[in-house]
Design a protein around this ligand. Structure first.
Ligand code: GTP
Ligand code: MG
Length: 222
């Protein structure tokens, strides 16, 4: 019988990606620009959160946005309409961003003079967690209607994030979502994660996020 060659394609793809991601981190660090990767399921409120961020920052950080979607440019149009530089990456079917795609976004954005770049990743709780985008900070949104059991089902995403934003807290009174149980489940996976509760509809909690961003971005100015 012929011997079979087994090639671990996934490992090779991920190691190439990690190398490019490291280059992005160094390049942006040298430019004194912080890169934040924002991830969530479709419809959890990533774009709404970015629009609230623009309002909340009130120009205190010079912001650029890289939007990613399988198709359409609607999210980038909403950001650009607020006067913020925005690039839309159309992944053409890919369910996550990789570091090479992010490099294209950064090249198109012209980061000189920007303090902060936020990536809105493709809506998905699985694949984006596996691909390092080169971001300095990983942030995820979980919205109340998705349920408090998501850390049990998508543990990797909760494990790799620096900050969890629980959005749509205006739905809490209509839902059986248990915030305390969610916190316990998330902290069991990732004891160093910070958790913020917000509503992009009412604006509640956004100032806590803006404080966090300002503090983290200050570390990139030294
Ligand atoms: N009630 C309520 N609705 C919200 C809140 N945040 C966002 N929404 C609504 O949720 C829907 C989806 O919000 P988006 O901001 O488009 O979500 P997204 O994560 O960017 O979606 P994709 O880009 O498609 O993955 C919109 O109808 C928003 O108005 C919130 O805090 N409360
Ligand atoms: Mg969006």
């Amino acid at each position: 019988m012929e011997s079979i060659r087994l090639i671990e394609v996934k490992e090779e793809i991920l190691s190439d990606n990690n190398k490019t991601a490291g280059e992005i981190r160094e390049r942006l660090r040298a430019a004194k620009t912080m890169l934040v990767n924002l991830m969530s399921s479709p419809g959890s409120g990533k774009t709404s959160f970015i629009l609230r961020t623009i309002e909340g920052l009130g120009g205190s950080l010079r912001l650029g946005v890289i939007e990613a979607d399988i198709d359409s440019v609607v999210d980038a149009e909403k950001v650009a309409a607020r006067g913020i530089p925005a690039v839309q990456l159309r992944t053409g079917g890919f369910c996550h961003l990789d570091a090479t795609m992010v490099t294209q976004g950064i090249d198109a954005l012209d980061i000189s003079g920007l303090d902060l770049v936020i990536i809105e990743n493709v809506g998905n709780l699985v694949c984006p967690a596996e691909f390092d985008t080169g971001a300095h900070r990983n942030v995820m949104i979980l919205s109340v209607p998705e349920g408090d059991d998501k850390p049990l089902k998508y543990p990797l995403m909760f494990s790799i994030c620096d900050l969890l934003v629980v959005n749509k807290i205006d739905y809490l009174s209509l839902s059986d979502f248990n915030m305390e149980l969610l916190r316990q489940r998330v902290l069991a996976l990732n004891p160093r994660i910070k958790i913020l509760e917000v509503s992009c509809k009412t604006g509640a909690g956004i100032e806590g996020w803006v404080d966090w961003l300002n503090k983290e971005a200050a570390g990139f100015k030294v």
